[in-house]
Design a protein around this ligand. Structure first.
Ligand code: ADP
Ligand code: MG
Length: 228
């Protein structure tokens, strides 16, 4: 038996904002390599909290978290940072690209905290930019790009270092339907090639892409359905 890619065991997250906010109630969740999971739920239901725990951007208040069988919540921030930088990729609603740098440079910078040297970073950035259909925009400044192009650059930056899991929080929240379709096509292709994909979204079109669909309601995670 191989270890699951990610596994939360009785994990909770409580924020203390005056009164305690139970952002995530006791959750068991196993994510396997190659899964494509979409996460929906009302605003404030706990979607980003769940994604942040899975992405090691935050720590559970109680419970355990294992990445490829390793109990990462017991390990220090240096190790957690290494997992974040080498095993995980992230994309967010607002792209977070650096203006004044080309698309290619943005993609290269995504690998600064990984194990690759300069020449490898350049080579891997190029091949990823090409793979995402952005070769003709490689030297353009993100400010001159459409929203859909920017988000594909962000996807390229997230995956160029060959992570095992890609976490996306509202990746199409700022895109029109044509650009959403382009980003979804890129995610689908990456998943077909073996990348594990976890997408938080409020868009039913995006949610329908998941082969596993999870709903978060008031901090409780419910698995809705699995599509064969
Ligand atoms: P979603 O992404 O589904 O909109 P979040 O996971 O961001 O929801 O938030 C879940 C709940 O936790 C909300 O009630 C939110 O106000 C609260 N929350 C999130 N982050 C913090 C924080 N840093 N401090 C206090 N409360 C927070
Ligand atoms: Mg959110």
């Amino acid at each position: 038996m191989t270890e699951p890619m990610l596994a939360l065991h009785a994990a909770t997250k409580t924020y203390h904002d005056g009164l305690p906010v139970h952002a995530l109630r006791e959750t068991d969740l196993v994510i396997n390599e190659g899964d494509y999971i979409t996460v929906t739920g009302a605003s404030g239901s706990g979607k980003s909290t769940l994604l942040n725990l899975l992405g090691l951007l935050d720590v559970p208040t109680t419970g355990a978290y294992h990445v490829l069988g390793t109990p990462v919540n017991e390990l220090g921030e240096v190790y957690r940072g290494a997992v974040r930088g080498q095993v995980f990729g992230f994309i967010f609603q607002n792209f977070h690209l650096l203006a004044g740098r080309s698309a290619l440079e943005n993609v290269e910078m995504g690998m600064l905290y990984g194990p690759y040297g300069r020449r490898d970073r350049r080579r891997m950035a190029w091949s990823t930019v090409e793979r995402l259909g952005l070769a003709h925009r490689a030297h353009a400044d993100p400010r001159m790009m459409s929203g859909g192009e920017r988000q594909r650059v962000a996807v390229a930056r997230a995956v160029a270092g060959r992570p095992r899991v890609l976490f996306c929080d509202e990746p199409t929240g700022n895109l029109d339907s044509a650009n959403t379709a382009n980003v979804l096509e890129a995610l689908r292709q990456l998943n077909t090639d073996g990348l594990t994909v976890v997408v938080v979204t409020h868009d039913p079109v995006v949610a329908a892409e998941g082969r596993r669909r999870i709903e978060v309601a008031d901090g409780t995670v419910v698995e809705r359905d699995q599509v064969a």
